[in-house]
Design a binder for this molecule. Sequence first.
Ligand code: AMP
Length: 281
Amino acid sequence: MKIFQASNEIKDYLFPILKDGKSIGFVPTMGALHEGHLSLITEAKEENNLVVCSIFVNPIQFNNKEDLKKYPRTHETDIQKLKSINCDVLFMPSEEEMYPEAPTETFDFEGLNKVLEGKFRPGHFEGVTIVVKRLFEIVNPTKAYFGIKDYQQMLIIHNQVKKLGLGVEIVPCSIIREENGLAMSSRNELLSPVERKQASILYETLKWVKIRSGFATIEEIKQQIRLQFKKNKFVELEYFEIVDMYTLKSLNRWAESNNIIACIAANVGNVRLIDNIILFS
Ligand code: AMP
């Protein structure tokens, strides 16, 4: 596996490959790699001539300094994992490499950055979009792979790629879960064994919602969930929303949309977790 830190060096390496008409699959990550990340790379390997993974803990997408400081960094094991699945290229830029000057770009998100995650993490999607656009400019991928665990992120990137004409195909990838249903996340490493067990309530809740979707009213479901979470002293619900999959508008009635997703965020101890489930599409 080739490892690059400088953007001009990775660009020089990839240029002849692109010129040859070969396809490049790209998987941007923040490292602390787990089976979820590796599944994206495996899918990218199946569909492209060459796969590039990036590891960059992007400071400008963290609205909380503590969260950035404690974000797990496991570079040596990440490199071993990538080698074990034959990832072709790893790009690990420094902060100075990515942001020689403070970024000032702005985007029109048509409100998608203000709801769900955006409401609780102001500036998060602006930071994500800036870094993904820069990485796309450096790597020039044919296809880029995003997990739908971060559904809102995938949708926002998909829309911006279209809007800005970046010419990259965005491939949404399914959520990989731990045995107890907890969606894999680098942040799971920060949970105590008891918290990790308790964190399965997120997916349990989503499965429970899926069974009732279309039958119980949305308000009834939300009320039940608020009650259930109040009883759990390990997990604090931040939001639970049932929204349209494309506008992310919160729904009051099932009939308001044919494409519906339920999204949840909760704090387990000091660790913030998110998950979602598609109810209708
Ligand atoms: P991150 O390192 O958390 O920024 O994630 C990098 C990419 O991996 C994003 O596209 C995530 O959506 C994706 N990802 C993270 N966790 C999972 C998971 N459990 N299953 C599938 N994809 C995931």
